[in-house]
Design a protein around this ligand. Sequence first.
Ligand code: UD1
Ligand code: CA
Length: 460
Amino acid sequence: MDGVTGLTFVILAAGEGKRMRSRHPKVLHRLCGRPLLGYPLRIARALADRIVLVVGRDADGVRRAAGAGVEFVEQTERLGTGHALLQARAVCGNGPIVVLPGDSPLLSEATLTRLIQHHAKTGAAATLLTATVERPAGYGRVLRQRGRVQGIVEDRDATDDQKKIREINTSVYCLDPRPLWPALAKVGASNEQGEYYLTDVIAILAKAGARVEAVTTADPAEALGVNDRKQLAALAALQRHRILDRLMTEGVTIVDPATTYVDDTVSIGPDTVLHPNVTLEGETVLGAECVVGAGSQIAASRLGDRVTVKPYCVLTEAVVEDGATLGPFCHLRPASHVGPKAKIGNFVELKKSRIGRGAKVPHLSYVGDAIVGEDVNIGAGTITCNYDGVDKHRTVIGNAAFIGTNSSLVAPLTIGEGAYVGAGSVITKDVPPGALAVGRAPQVVKEGWAQRRKATRKKD
Ligand code: UD1
Ligand code: CA
């Protein structure tokens, strides 16, 4: 970071997360598409010279989720936030240490930058990030005397008067390592939880006459933490609004922000329109001037420009190229690739298939494990029979072929370029280019049959 060198970020992510009542560690619960841990890591990756993650519960799972560029230390017993930071001592250098909790996803990089700069400018031993909130219950309260920070008292240990204080500790600190480590060694566990609280370091430093500074967030929401599932939902709602605000600023039309769900990991080009009840998840990319119809759900997919998704489509790990049209009511399963200007209509399911440029699968079809050429027309009700009960087989359909309605294409099968398949066929053998294949019982016509039947039938 500009003007500050040797900056180490320590992210505390070892906690049990008891209040989540979960089989998984709290920091791996997802908020708008990222694990909680992903939020502090993103800030750390932008600002830190070195990132240390304190892991404990499901240490391996947390390590995997953290990814590259992170050093890990393990807190084998959960003895509190002070004890957690102490585990990082050996890997911290002489530069300033920024401590971040793993469960505060709304913190912003701008606020962290302000905290670090204030710390550097004042030469403080410790600078804490505080916030003034409407409902401080559950958070540590900041104790001040004549404006100077004297310490932090945890909600559980606070007196009734202290509980009235609305300035809370965010669990974000910038600390000078020289006074920090001796002060941390003095922290005891004589509190309601019997834990070694990092918060106690502040009073120890202040009492010793060290300079303790505080920076307050402009937006109190940044301070909010996730301790239980109600808070997870409440913070997700706030984050969702931020994401939608950003997208609208970037030129995306959102018809009804109250019912639109877009993950933090999604990117969308300008002049794209999202209709109500749309959900966009994971690493999804939408190009410019797309329309996503009501009720559609798109996950981990890539759409080009000017793609029209009519209402109620479900896409997972699909690629859709420029100008294609989907739906209403289509299902693109993983590894579906729809070429430019192709059309996938209602009640069509695609799986692991490529649909060529300008090809049409307009109604009621299943296309799986298939390669469909350019300008192919697949009639209503066509099924690729890709599964023989043991293995999956491939269907290849050449450019400009025409598959009549209600055909069953029994794979493995190749249909040549420009070939025709008659409606209602069951095709089990390859069809050469330009040929017509008909695989259905020939039609029988019995002239006058109805008349004769009436005559022979007895009346009651
Ligand atoms: C903590 C602060 C509180 C502050 C609040 C802000 C303390 C004692 N209290 O309370 O003042 O208002 O955050 O959200 O610090 N962790 C470990 N090892 C442990 C315990 C916790 O790594 O032994 C990690 C957790 O995974 C979590 C973070 O530290 O990411 C904070 O722990 P948590 O138990 O959520 O603290 P709070 O009770 O919220
Ligand atoms: Ca917390």
